[in-house]
Design a binder for this molecule. Structure first.
Ligand SMILES: [Zn+2]
Length: 566
C-alpha cells in the first residue's frame, strides 16, 4: 500500500478508509516498525494535506464556480473531521507502545505534541467547540453583511477602505462616520456573542482541568516556550519603547497636516497608518503582474543568487496566482503543497506598494517551505507560526535596500520604506493591545460590559494613538469588535509580534553583514519544526526575548532608519 501512489485520491473516503484501516490495525512491534509507521502516516497526511490545499486553491481562485466550492466544503465537512479522528487514534496507538524511549531524539518534539493533545483532549469539549465555531460564524456573517450607503452607492466595509484612506479629510470623516454608524447597529449582539464565547471557552478550560482559558489556550497552542507573564513583559516593553515613537510620528503628521488635532479618521487605529501628509497620490510600483514578478525577481537576485533562483523556481513552477480579478477571493496566502513539495502563492495585486510587500512576504514563506523540504516527515516541516512569520516578515525588511527597482524617483523609495517602517511599529502596539485585552478577559471571565469597556479604554490609553474620539465615546469603548481574531481565533495574534521581534533582529544584522544574516536565516529555516522555538531563534543567531532593553534596541534601529528615510 505504501508509499501511496502519486495519483492517490485523498478527496474520497472510499480510497482513504482502507489506508486508515491498515494503519490503525497494523502490528507495530519494534522501533524500526515504528519508524516505518511514522513515515507511512506522514505519507498519508501529505496526500490529505495536498488534496485540501488544491481544493482550497481551486475555490479561492474561482469563487463563482459552485462545483469547486462544493468540493472544498465536502472536504472540510467529511475528510478533515474523519482525518482528525483517525490521527487521534494513531497518536494514542503510538503513545501506548512500550518501547518509545528507544526512539531517537528525532521524534521527541513529535511525541511532545502528541502527548499534549491527548492530555488536554476531553470528549465533552467537542460539542462546546462546535458551539464556539457557530458563534464565530455568526460574528463573521454579521460583519460580512454590513454595507453602507455612501455618496449614493452601496459599499461593503472592505470597499469603504478607499474612502477611509482618501487624501481629502472631509471624505474620510464622512466615510468613517457612516461605517461607525453601521457598526453600532449590531454592536449589542456582537457583545453578547463575545460573552457566550468567553463562557464556553472557560468551560472548555475547566473541563480539561485548567484554572482558566488563558492556561488552556497556551497549552492547546503548544506555547511551551513562553508564558502569559512573558506576554505581559512584551506589552510593557512595547508601551515603554514603541509608544513614544508612535506619538512622535503622529506629532510630525499633525504639524505636517496643519490640523489642531488628529481625529480617528486621520490615523488608522489598528495599523497606525495615515494618509500622505503632502497629499501625494498613492505610490505606483508596477503596472501589471508580469512586471511585479520580474521586478521581485530582480530584488531577490540583488540580495543573493540563491534567493533569486528560488524565486524564479516559483515562477517557472506556475505556482503563483497574483492578479486581482473578478471571482477571486480577497487577500493573500502561501500554501505549501506537501506532496509535490512546492509552495503556492495567492494574492490580489492591483499595482500598490502593499502588493509589493505582500509578494515579498509570501515569497519569504515560500523560501521557508523550500528550505525545509528536505525533511522527511510532515510534522518535521510543520514549523511553528511564531517562526514562520520570521521568515516572511524579515524578507519585507531585508529587501528594503532593493526597492529602488520599483521606482525611478528616489523620493518614492524613501516614502515606501518610511510607510513600511511606521506600520511595523504601529502594528506592534496594536498586537499588544489585542493580546493584553484577551489575557484580561479570560482571566476575569465574569466581567461586566462596563468593566470590559473600561479595560479596553485603559489599554487604549497605553497603546493607542492620541487621536480625539470626542463624540464617539461608545465606538471608542467597543472598537475591539472590529478584531475578528477575538471571535474566531482566540489568543492567536501575539505570534506576529514575536515574529516581528525576530525579523527586526535579522534585519539589524543584515545591515551590517548581509551574507552572514542570510546564511543564518537559511540555517534556521532548514530546521523546519525539528527544534523548539528558542532553538530556532538561536539557529538564526537571534534572541527570543521580550525584555525592555532588547526591544528598546530594536525600536532604536527602526527609529534611525525612519530618520534616514526623511
Ligand atoms: Zn505570513
Amino acid at each position: 500500500m505504501f508509499p501511496l501512489n502519486d495519483n492517490f485520491d485523498a478527496t474520497s473516503l472510499d480510497s482513504l478508509e482502507p489506508v486508515f484501516n491498515e494503519l490503525l490495525s497494523r502490528d507495530v512491534k519494534s522501533v524500526s516498525d515504528l519508524e516505518v509507521f511514522f513515515s507511512d502516516i506522514s505519507d498519508m497526511a501529505e496526500h490529505v494535506s495536498e488534496a485540501g490545499a488544491r481544493l482550497y486553491i481551486g475555490m479561492t481562485c474561482d469563487t463563482e464556480n459552485e462545483l469547486k466550492q462544493t468540493n472544498f466544503l465536502n472536504f472540510v465537512e467529511n475528510i478533515r473531521p474523519r482525518m482528525s479522528e483517525v490521527s487521534n487514534k494513531l497518536d494514542l496507538k503510538i503513545l501506548n507502545l512500550d518501547f518509545l524511549e528507544q526512539l531517537s531524539d528525532r521524534y521527541s518534539l513529535i511525541l511532545r505534541s502528541m502527548r499534549n493533545s491527548i492530555e488536554i483532549f476531553r470528549e465533552e469539549n467537542i460539542p462546546l467547540s462546535v458551539e464556539c465555531t457557530k458563534l464565530s460564524t455568526e460574528y463573521q456573517k454579521i460583519i460580512g453583511a454590513m454595507t453602507v450607503n455612501f455618496e449614493g452607492m452601496e459599499y461593503t466595509l472592505p470597499q469603504m477602505r478607499r474612502f477611509l484612506e482618501s487624501n481629502d479629510r472631509e471624505t474620510r470623516r464622512l466615510a468613517w462616520a457612516s461605517v461607525r454608524e453601521r457598526r453600532m447597529k449590531d454592536s449589542s449582539r456582537i457583545s453578547e456573542i463575545l460573552d457566550e464565547l468567553i463562557d464556553k471557552r472557560n468551560k472548555i478550560a475547566q473541563n480539561a482541568g485548567f484554572n482558566n482559558y488563558v492556561e488552556y489556550a497556551f497549552r492547546s497552542m503548544e506555547r511551551f516556550d513562553y508564558s502569559p507573564s512573558d506576554c505581559r513583559e512584551f506589552h510593557k516593553s512595547v508601551e515603554i519603547h514603541c509608544m513614544p515613537l508612535i506619538h512622535q510620528i503622529n506629532q510630525d503628521r499633525l504639524s505636517g497636516f496643519g490640523f489642531d488635532k488628529l481625529m480617528p479618521w486621520d490615523v488608522n487605529e489598528k495599523s497606525g497608518d495615515s494618509p500622505d501628509v503632502q497629499g501625494r497620490p498613492a505610490l505606483a510600483p508596477f503596472q501589471d503582474v508580469s512586471e511585479l514578478v520580474s521586478l521581485t525577481s530582480e530584488v531577490f537576485h540583488g540580495m543573493s543568487d540563491e534567493l533569486g533562483e528560488m524565486f524564479d523556481r516559483l515562477v517557472d513552477g506556475e505556482v503563483l496566482d497574483l492578479d486581482s480579478r473578478k471571482g477571486k477571493a480577497p487577500g493573500g496566502y502561501q500554501y505549501n503543497l506537501e506532496k509535490t513539495g512546492l509552495p503556492f502563492i495567492f494574492m490580489n495585486a492591483s499595482g500598490q506598494q502593499g502588493d509589493v510587500e505582500t509578494m515579498i512576504h509570501e515569497a519569504g514563506h515560500a523560501f521557508h517551505s523550500m528550505y525545509c523540504s528536505h525533511l522527511g516527515l510532515i510534522q518535521e516541516r510543520n514549523y511553528p507560526i511564531e517562526f514562520a512569520e520570521v521568515a516572511s516578515m524579515s524578507m519585507e525588511l531585508l529587501t528594503q535596500p532593493h526597492w529602488d527597482v520599483f521606482y525611478s524617483d528616489e523620493e518614492d523609495v524613501l516614502r515606501a520604506r518610511k510607510m513600511h517602517l511606521e506600520s511595523v511599529i504601529g502594528l506592534l502596539a496594536w498586537i499588544c493591545r489585542v493580546d493584553a485585552f484577551q489575557h484580561w478577559m479570560y482571566e476575569n471571565p465574569n466581567h461586566s460590559h462596563k468593566e470590559r469597556s473600561e479595560y479596553w479604554l485603559e489599554l487604549r490609553s497605553r497603546f493607542g494613538p492620541r487621536t480625539d474620539w470626542t463624540g464617539f465615546e461608545e465606538d471608542e469603548a467597543l472598537f475591539w469588535q472590529t478584531q475578528g481574531h477575538l471571535f474566531g481565533a482566540p489568543f492567536y495574534y501575539i505570534e506576529y509580534g514575536i515574529a516581528q521581534l525576530g525579523a527586526l533582529q535579522i534585519w539589524a544584522k543584515h545591515i551590517d553583514d548581509p551574507q552572514t544574516a542570510l546564511s543564518d536565516y537559511k540555517k534556521a529555516m532548514m530546521l523546519g519544526n525539528t527544534r523548539n522555538l528558542p532553538d530556532l531563534f538561536e539557529a538564526a543567531d537571534i534572541k527570543l526575548s521580550f525584555d525592555e532593553e532588547h526591544i528598546g534596541r530594536l525600536v532604536n534601529h527602526v527609529s534611525s532608519a525612519l530618520e534616514a528615510s526623511g
